[in-house]
Design a binder for this molecule. Structure first.
Ligand SMILES: [Zn+2]
Ligand SMILES: [Zn+2]
Length: 356
């Protein structure tokens, strides 16, 4: 159980919660996953800003296709990928869930990429995400999917936080982040660093390095890149709690989703992730061929910059999937209860043991 916890939780959060994977299931917490349906207090400034950002980004799509230079066209996808990795590798897997440890140079890279993604400082992102996991699909969940797809996608940023989010957010243990000088540096200087790294740098670099126009540089490389990354990451809170399979735990709303697995660079194994949030792969072994985030961490582990990578043993994953999964998990191997009789009958078995 995480420190500072005073209430019944709806999910696991830290490595030390591993025992609740089994123990916690003896108590049915499904009834806690709901919303009181209280009226939302809209924040009109945010609504107007999001309308402007999305409209300008649509124009950015046109500019990318019709006006941008070939260099901008080719640099845009990797720039978008780097932006998303700042959230998936940095804020999510390193700082929110502590699935691995990072050296100072890697932390600096991840903080730079995270600031490029402008989703608030790592400190606040990790706090909200820890609350999301601990009180998932309740009014304390900042992106409570029980309020509908739109709310969990962008709606939660267009209204005041539910009092439960604020209350439970104060109980979350953030001492590890408070002891991280680099995270606290980003938090302290965020309002200075964010505009420079997320908007000024992506505008100035294309203008000076390959002579792109100011209009295309700002609307495509700064605004469109940021807006697309926001929406892809928000899909993790909205669609990944709605449409898909639940191979590991059918009692939670988080789902595994093929589309998101590709678009969210591996973060789409959301059913797995909510069951085993301390796994640095965010998926079980052998199932992450499209997971760029895991390969990114593996690369830095090869350099020695990422270390203490946590994984969940396959037999624990298998036992959990067999007990609480919805049956959508692929066949494990020979003799699996889901293996079809035809497949068993058609199998060739060589070098069979001789009768003695
Ligand atoms: Zn989730
Ligand atoms: Zn998470």
């Amino acid at each position: 159980m995480p420190p500072n916890s005073r209430d019944t939780v709806t999910g696991v959060l830290f490595e030390s919660d591993v025992e609740t994977v089994d123990g916690g299931l003896t108590k049915d917490v499904a009834s806690l996953r709901t919303t009181d349906g209280s009226r939302l207090q809209l924040v009109w400034l945010n609504i107007v800003l999001f309308v402007i950002i999305h409209t300008a980004s649509l124009y950015g799509v046109w500019l990318l296709l019709a006006e941008a230079s070939w260099t901008t066209f080719l640099v845009f996808p990797p720039a978008l990928l780097m932006t998303i990795l700042g959230i998936s590798t940095g804020a999510h897997r390193l700082w929110a869930h502590r699935t691995f440890k990072a050296s100072t140079p890697l932390k600096l890279i991840l903080l730079f990429l995270n600031t490029l993604a402008f989703q608030d400082a790592v400190y606040y992102w990790a706090r909200d995400h820890r609350v999301h996991h601990k009180y998932t699909e309740t009014d304390a969940d900042p992106y409570n999917s029980q309020r509908g797809w739109f709310f969990s996608h962008i709606g939660w940023l267009c209204c005041r936080k539910h009092p439960e989010v604020v209350e439970k957010g104060k109980q979350i243990d953030l001492s590890d982040l408070e002891q991280d000088a680099l995270v606290m540096f980003q938090k302290k200087y965020y309002l200075l660093l964010m505009p420079l790294i997320c908007f000024v740098l992506p505008t100035v670099v294309p203008m000076y390095l390959w002579g792109e126009s100011l209009k295309v540089s700002f609307l495509v490389m700064a605004l469109l890149r940021w807006c697309v990354s926001l929406n892809l990451i928000w899909l993790l809170n909205s669609s990944a709690h709605k449409f898909g399979m639940k191979p590991y735990d059918k009692n939670i709303c988080a789902v595994d989703q093929d589309f998101l697995i590709f678009c969210r660079v591996g973060e789409g194994y959301h059913n797995y992730h909510h069951v085993f949030p301390w796994d640095y792969k965010s998926s079980e072994l052998g199932k992450y061929s499209q997971d760029i985030t895991t390969k990114f961490i593996d690369f830095f582990a090869y350099l020695g910059w990422a270390y203490d990578l946590k994984s969940v043993p396959l037999d624990l994953v298998r036992r959990r999937a067999e007990r609480t999964g919805d049956g959508s998990h692929p066949v494990w191997g020979w003799g699996d209860r889901d293996q079809r009789m035809e497949d068993i009958a058609d199998t060739t078995i060589t070098h069979q043991q001789r009768e003695r």
